[in-house]
Design a protein around this ligand. Structure first.
Ligand code: IPE
Ligand code: IPE
Ligand code: MG
Length: 224
């Protein structure tokens, strides 16, 4: 498969509905969703993806019942503790984006450890958006900039532009995710819920993406 250093960002949505449809508690959907994360992370480097940003918990998700929030954090912590070593072995660099100061200490410790253990990875940069708000990230980055505020300096502070944005579960919105970075992103919306998303769906989304004509304001390739 073509190695083309893509930045793919995924809004992993629909865990709750997946579970409810099956008569299960919502957290069972989040648990099932972890398996999809594993599959996607494992397959990404062979598919030409060099940066993968996963939306795991939004700032607005704090408005959910505390029990669900804590269960989600528990799953994330377990994922990090179980996967960090393997990730390091596979050249995957794990990094969290979003706020750290409101996370439970055990989760921020697990994040710090995973980041340290995997810091040298160069095959895949896995960014996990946690307690994340794109508007918040924009304000923070602009405030912290030492250099003058330009498109380049802000992009540098935030991270790479998104090539392909995927959202599962049939919703078609950004929910405060990577607003700046998605300026020229291609969008792929699928009705599949996140626990039903795996390597095949990722591969199909990328195939479709590769047939898109990204014009960036210019003319279609065949007209240029
Ligand atoms: C996505 O699934 C995971 C998180 C937001 C943490 P949801 O929990 O939003 O599932 P639905 O949208 O309620 O089905
Ligand atoms: C976005 O999903 C956040 C994550 C996937 C982590 P939500 O389910 O929270 O978004 P809305 O409420 O449908 O916009
Ligand atoms: Mg949702």
């Amino acid at each position: 498969m073509k190695a083309d250093n893509l930045h793919v960002a995924i809004i992993m949505d629909g865990n709750g509905r997946w579970a409810t449809e099956r008569g299960l508690p919502r957290i069972a959907g989040h648990r099932a969703g972890v398996q999809s994360v594993r599959s996607v992370v494992e397959a990404a480097p062979q598919m030409g993806i060099s940066v993968l940003t996963l939306y795991a918990f939004s700032e607005d998700n704090w408005s959910r019942p505390r029990r669900e929030v804590m269960a989600l954090f528990g799953l994330l912590r377990r994922y990090l503790m179980l996967e960090a070593k393997a990730a390091a072995g596979q050249g995957v660099r794990i990094q969290a984006i979003g706020r750290r100061d409101r996370l439970p200490a055990s989760l921020s410790a697990a994040l710090g450890e995973a980041e340290e253990l995997t810091g040298h990875g160069t095959r895949l940069h896995l960014r996990i958006a946690l307690d994340y708000s794109s508007r918040g990230a924009l304000i923070d980055a602009a405030r912290r900039l030492a250099s003058p505020l330009t498109r380049e300096s802000l992009s540098q502070a935030l991270g790479p532009d998104v090539d392909l944005l995927i959202r599962t579960s049939g919703e078609q919105r950004l929910s405060d995710f990577l607003l700046w970075e998605c300026a020229y992103a291609e969008f792929h919306f699928t009705a599949r819920k996140w626990p039903e998303f795996g390597t095949q769906e990722l591969s199909a989304a990328l195939n479709e993406f590769r047939h898109r004509d990204r014009r960036f304001g210019g003319l279609a390739l065949k007209l240029a």
